[in-house]
Write a protein that binds this ligand. Sequence first.
Ligand SMILES: *Cc1c(COP(=O)(O)O)cnc(C)c1O
Length: 399
Amino acid sequence: MPQAPNVYDAEPIPESARTAIEHLLTSGDLFRYTAPGATPVSLLETEFADWIGSKSALAVSSCSAALFLALKALGLPRGARVLVPAFTFAAVPSSVVHADCVPVFAEVDDSYRIDLDDFSARMDAGVDAVLVSHMRGHTSDMDSIMNLADDADVPVIEDAAHSLGTRWHGRTIGTIGRVGCFSFQSYKLVNAGEGGILVSDDDELIAKAVIMSGAYEHNWKKHPVLQDHFQCWQNRLPLYNMRMNNLSAAIIRSQIPEIPRRAQRGRENHDHVAGLLNRSPYFIVPEPLGPEIRAPDSIQFNLINMTDGQVMAFLDQTATKGVPVQVFGLSKDNARAFWNWQFLDPLPDLPGTRAMLMRACDVRLPARLSGDMCRHIARCLVESAARVMETPATDHDHR
Ligand SMILES: *Cc1c(COP(=O)(O)O)cnc(C)c1O
C-alpha cells in the first residue's frame, strides 16, 4: 500500500517573498513604524482590505489578538455577555475572558453549525455581543444570525480564522458582521507561522483598535485608514502592543494571490473525499448550506452507530495506516472540547454539542494534496471503519 501523505507539511512560501525578506534582512527594518512611508505591514493592510472587500484592515500578532481588540474596540463594559458557539477553539472564549467579558455558549448541532433555536433563546436571555466562530470553516446560517443580532441591536464579530476564502451569498466571510478576524498561523490557508488581521467598515472601531494594537504617539498617521477619529481617542486608550512585524507581512503578502487557488483546490479535495466517505454506511459528511461556498483545508464527518469501543478501534486502525484522525471529544485535553476550558467558572453544560464532539472526526486535507493522496486517505478511512464494524466481535467491543 502507498504511504499516507503527511497532512501537516506546509506548502513552500512563494518565491516572491524572498526579495522582500532579503531587503528587510539587509536593512534590519523589521518594525512596522520605523520607515516614514508604506511598509510591508501597511501594504498588507491595504491589499487585504481590497481583496476581502472591506473598508479597512489592521494587521496584528494573531487572530486571538484581533478578537480581543475587536471586543475592546466595541467598547463592551466589564462583565458584558458575549454569545459564542460551543464548538470553537479554546483561544476564542479566552479572548472574551481577556477582554473582561463573560462568554455565554450556544449549542452547535451535528452539522458543526450553530443551533439556531438555542442561539435565539440565549439572545432572548440577554447578550451584549455575538462572536460567531466559523469553526473549521463551517458557516452557520449568517442570514438568521444577523437578523437576530440586528433585532436585538447587538454587534457581531466574525471569527473567520479558518474561513479565509469562504463565501456566503457571494460575499467574503469575515465581512458580514461588524468586524471580521483572520489568522495566519501555520495551519490556516495563509501561513506566516503566526499573525492575524481584523477587517471592518466602521472607521471609529478601526481607529480605536489601531491605537490599542500599539500605535503609540502619532504612529496612527502611518495607517492606511481614515484619519478622522484618531485625534479624539489620542491618549485615552490602553496600548496592548499586538502589532505585526514586517517579516510576517512580507510572507503573508506573497500568499494573497494564492488564496483563490488554495480555496478551490481545498474545496475539490474536500468534496472528492466527502463523496467517497458518504458511500460508507458508517460516515456522514454534512452538506454545506445553500448560500455557502466553502474553502476547507480539512474534512469533518460523523461516525454512525458506533459504540465508544468501536470508535477507539477505528482510531487505532487509521493510525496504523498513517492517517491521523481526531475525534474532538475523545482525545485527552482537546482544546476544542468545551469541558476542557477549566479557566471558565462555571464550566458550561451543553449536551447537544457534547454528543456531536464525541462522534465528529477531523482529518486535515491541505490544498497541496493530489487526487491520488485524497483517494488513499478516503480508502484508509472507509476500510478502517468496515474492518471494525464488519469483523466478528473482538475485544474492541469490551473496552
Ligand atoms: C486558529 C483559530 C483561532 C486562533 O487563531 P490564532 O491566530 O492562532 O490566535 C481562532 N479561531 C479559530 C476558529 C481558529 O481556527
